[in-house]
Design a protein around this ligand. Sequence first.
Ligand code: FAD
Ligand code: SF4
Length: 476
Amino acid sequence: MQHKAPSSPQGFVVQPRRLPKAAADLRVQDFGEIIVKPTKANVETQAGRCTDCGVPFCQNACPLQNNIPDWLGLSAEDEMREAWRIASATSTMPEICGRICPQDRLCEGSCTLNQSGWEAVTIGSVEAFIGDTAFDNGWVEPIRPLHERGQSVAIIGAGPAGLAAADRLREQGYAVTVYDRHDRPGGLLIYGIPGFKLEKRVVQRRIDRLIDGGVTFVSNCNVGVDVTLDELRERHDAVLLAMGVYQARGLSVPGGGPGDTVAALDYLIHQNRRDLEDPEQADWHHARGRRVVVVGGGDTAMDCVRTAIRQGAESVVCLYRRDRENMPGSAREVTNAEEEGVRFEWLGAPKALLSQKGEITAVRAARMALSEPVFGQRREIVPVPGGDFDLPADLVIEALGFEPEAFADHHPDLALTDWNTVKVARSGFATSLPGVFAAGDAVRGASLVVWAVRDGQDAAAEIDRFLRSQSQEAAA
Ligand SMILES: Cc1cc2nc3c(=O)[nH]c(=O)nc-3n(C[C@H](O)[C@H](O)[C@H](O)COP(=O)(O)OP(=O)(O)OC[C@H]3O[C@@H](n4cnc5c(N)ncnc54)[C@H](O)[C@@H]3O)c2cc1C
Ligand code: SF4
């Protein structure tokens, strides 16, 4: 809805929100980012919409507590270098969070303009612009520690938690080695999140900066197989576990056999590898010309349906057992998917996979209904008698969420929570193993990039304190 521009109480003309988003029919033609780089004029106008309301709800809703009103004000005045200085003080990757945070649930969801009937300032887009401008102008400082501390840290996992910790620890002068079982650093930033949300070059320039600053990356190293946790504890003065959560929940319905369905992350990895121009492999999944059903209602499911659309699927349906209001995925992503041609089958639970001559032909689903609301409880879903229906399909993608892998296998004394995530001290990141810390999804369960960044930064500060006390003890 378009607002007529009225005057704010301060007398300023309030401009409407304008997010520079590519039109759906154009953006589905490739895997480029759908939020395109705003013009300087757009940034100045949008940043200038901030009313500097005095109570920075946006800042409080940001997991990094970013000083949003200050860098908005500076951007509105074209003081971009100073805006960058402030934005980068609290975040090791502003240009990445600005692109992929679910802002509608975080900073922008709390913007005062929303509360007063206006649409929020485009905080994420401005933040990404500040970061991109800093890279383009060479303002992103290289990591050059004042002195080398002579102590080393192993980080297991090169996702956002590991990268954020590596950044901060290297700045403090520690020798940092990041071990990852993938062939490239980046974790889900590279191999999970599709290019239409976050282009790979944006992640790569962050990794390049770390390499240039002296961080060592050891790829294709599966800790627990190629090297043990105890061996890393021997080699390094501290260890950070930042391995994320990767055990995919699977469908448990009759019909179909091994290989008949595709795990969401495998599907996304194959497309991400194409974007990275890896040589095409025969076993990579592709949706071209196929009728695709994606089962699940989270952000991973949204990434799969939108990838299938871009690959040229004949039809794409998202099957989710609850209704729109109760789905875990971000409302913004559902809107994007609908604009791009995805059909949502709400209140439908998979019941069986149907095949002919060994090929999947359809997903049989039960029609569900929500139980009556009970205060303080999530509404149950119950099948509607006689409501079964079939969705024609020749590619079924399972996007039912992730659980931790068997972290306990790394060490018998590594304590876990009831949810099998790594257990850390109540106020911090220390695990039950001396000198071993943990951060990101491995601790929280499947979460968000911005929380992984926050954890990585804070864990680095705790590791720094731990190592300083170790060296003081050694000196005493
Ligand atoms: C498809 C998808 C889309 C998403 N989209 C968004 C989004 O738009 N916005 C958002 O905020 N969040 C999103 N998320 C969530 C976000 O990506 C994660 O919360 C975040 O990446 C967690 O960071 P991390 O560093 O803890 O773990 P990860 O990014 O998972 O990185 C962990 C790393 O550890 C490595 N590793 C694991 N085990 C071992 C081992 N034994 N030895 C060596 N290396 C190991 C892995 O290879 C990986 O590189 C998405 C998640 C998925 C799956
Ligand atoms: S980090 Fe995320 S929540 Fe914080 S200001 Fe940036 S986009 Fe908003």
